[in-house]
Write a protein that binds this ligand. Structure first.
Ligand SMILES: [Zn+2]
Length: 130
């Protein structure tokens, strides 16, 4: 489904609260960065490297030409007290609250072509999954 301008306007005026998370296809980052020059070598070769930890992703901004790193962030904040990432806890909590388990979480991840959690992490995901 392609969203038309009218549909987008309708969505932006919704009375729903602002979202904390968004689903973003990885190619969107490349599109955003394709015309941004590296401040060190001036080539437009900035990329974001991803490393998944469950549903949380460490994203590092790098220049592919000069290999300079601009730093990294996680897509979800870490809950230090729980030794977990917020999104991992929330997704597990959501699936458990609708009465679904690991198989459903795997299907969800597969449809979105996302990494999933190992089954061994699910029962204690809110407290032990990184
Ligand atoms: Zn560079």
């Amino acid at each position: 489904m392609v969203l038309q301008r009218d549909t987008l306007s309708e969505l932006s005026t919704s009375s729903q609260p602002e979202a904390s998370y968004i689903f973003t296809h990885k190619t969107v980052f490349s599109e955003l960065l394709q015309k941004v020059p590296c401040t060190y070598c001036t080539n437009c070769t900035l990329v974001i490297k991803h490393h998944s930890m469950g549903y949380s992703t460490k994203m590092e901004l790098l220049c592919e030409s000069c290999h300079e790193s601009y730093g990294s962030v996680f897509s979800s904040f870490q809950e230090e007290a729980k030794n977990s990432h917020d999104i991992n806890s929330k997704l597990v909590s959501a699936f458990l609250s609708i009465g679904r388990g690991h198989a459903a979480l795997e299907t969800f991840s597969s449809v979105l072509n996302m990494p999933t959690m190992d089954r061994k992490h699910l029962p204690n995901a809110c407290t032990t999954y990184p």
